[in-house]
Design a protein around this ligand. Sequence first.
Ligand code: SF4
Ligand code: SF4
Length: 191
Amino acid sequence: MLKFLNQVGEYAKETVQAAKYIGQGLAVTFDHMRRRPVTVQYPYEKLIPSERFRGRIHFEFDKCISCEVCVRVCPINLPVVDWEFNKETKKKQLKHYSIDFGVCIFCGNCVEYCPTNCLSMTEEYELAAYERHELNYDNVALGRLPYKVSDDPMVTPLREFAYLPKGAMDPHEVSSGDRRAGLRPEEIIEK
Ligand code: SF4
Ligand code: SF4
């Protein structure tokens, strides 16, 4: 009799535990029903990168003075600045400039310290290539301006979830003119 009662007690305990675990699982499910959808139908939809996004570097050949500061501040001495001394002008003359994005860690040091601001980080992040040497961009490739997500007629641009207007849950429902949550960098500076 005692053994039977013990078994019933064990069974009841396990039933309560099972109910508790089912409740925990359902709590997670119901919690997700209130959250924002995180799926973006790439490549038909793309998130608009934030203003501080550090994507592929843009280079302006005519502004470069071949000072090599970018090489010295780079943690891996990556930019290749090929110059020769012009005896007539008594100045360095830039011949080629390249950055290998297969090695670059996109830290932005070179952009930060360039004295003539000829380097800038763009919002371009689609750098996939079949051959890693294709990621070694010369000054011509670096001089190309990126195609903005918001200007691409083939793509539906979506705001990053952090930038949705207050109370908006789904970026698909937000029109481009709606004010985003938080201040823009220029507004912060103004403030
Ligand atoms: S720091 Fe700027 S100006 Fe100097 S070599 Fe690099 S890219 Fe050119
Ligand atoms: S972003 Fe960083 S790693 Fe890449 S070239 Fe500039 S300094 Fe070097």
